[in-house]
Design a protein around this ligand. Structure first.
Ligand code: HEM
Length: 246
């Protein structure tokens, strides 16, 4: 094992720990944050099943973004859908044997990679060209976009220009998962791609990218419109009402 392989192995263990532990802490915090008011954005579903369907529409189609801004919706949706396809395609590096449906989606990867970069370019252009968006854009917004573009571009570069040994790469990752370390190919573009992925994994739980799990905890989207049928009472308000002091 070369020093580079050992360093990357340790980096991936560290990044996976930060990502999983960080996400668990944030999700726990979101789940425990009180929602004292009944504030579903109306018209809202009046049943729990309706809320599930509404949330599915949000997550799959970005429904409320569509209502608010067609350009952001277009670029945002293209980016996210393409990212999903790219990530699902990557499952072949972590599974043996590779699942059949993962084999089936491989041919779409080429288009997904370009679509992902196209979507990111549109979202980035908006932050630079639209004055009122530029005004509220922080350096971290640029950083997230730059990181995702760099990961995508290095991936595309590997796919078309500087190829790597995918079989050895897969052995490395399976080795990490089964605690049987194997060497990592030392191709510069692969090391760049993976180094950026490690950075993304570490930044994720501290960044705005938390909107991904966060959307499920949005009270305006996850509440049932039933205040007439059922009185909404936050736990702390119920305690106050019953005369119990804090
Ligand atoms: C440990 C995680 C990852 C590994 C081992 C990995 C590895 C690779 C490899 C070997 C390729 C070249 C494929 C080929 O030559 O056919 C590639 C391509 C690519 N990667 Fe990654 N990657 C990882 C994570 C990511 C992430 C998180 C993203 C996006 C945020 C990403 C985006 C891409 C893109 C857009 C391509 C080009 C299109 C494709 O082949 O799917 N990768 N990656």
């Amino acid at each position: 094992m070369s020093p580079v392989s050992v360093i990357y192995a340790l980096l991936f263990y560290f990044a996976a720990a930060v990502l999983l532990f960080g996400l668990a802490v944030k999700i726990r915090q979101y789940a425990r944050t009180p929602a004292p008011l009944k504030i579903p954005t109306t018209p809202a579903p009046v049943t729990q099943t309706g809320v599930v369907l509404r949330m599915a529409r949000e997550v799959v189609l970005f429904a409320s973004l569509f209502k608010s801004n067609k350009w952001i919706w277009l670029f945002g949706w293209i980016f996210h859908f393409a990212l999903l396809l790219v990530l699902l395609r990557h499952l072949r590096y972590f599974t043996e044997p590779v699942w059949t449906w993962v084999v089936w989606i491989q041919p779409f990867g080429k288009y997904a990679a370009y679509a992902m970069l196209f979507g990111l370019a549109g979202l980035w252009a908006r932050r630079i060209l639209v004055e009122r968006v530029r005004y509220i854009t922080a350096p971290s917004d640029h950083l997230m976009l730059a990181l995702l573009v760099a990961i995508g571009a290095s991936g595309v570069a590997m796919k078309y220009v500087w190829h790597t040994d995918i079989v050895a790469l897969k052995a490395f990752f399976l080795g990490l998962m089964y605690f049987d370390w194997q060497p990592l190919p030392a191709d510069p573009m692969l090391l760049i791609h993976l180094g950026l992925v490690v950075a993304l994994m570490i930044i994720f739980p501290f960044s705005k990218l938390l909107h991904a799990p966060g959307v499920f905890f949005s009270p305006t989207r996850n509440q049932v419109d039933n205040p007439r049928e059922k009185r909404h009472l936050a736990p702390w308000a119920a305690r106050l009402e019953s005369g119990e002091s804090r």
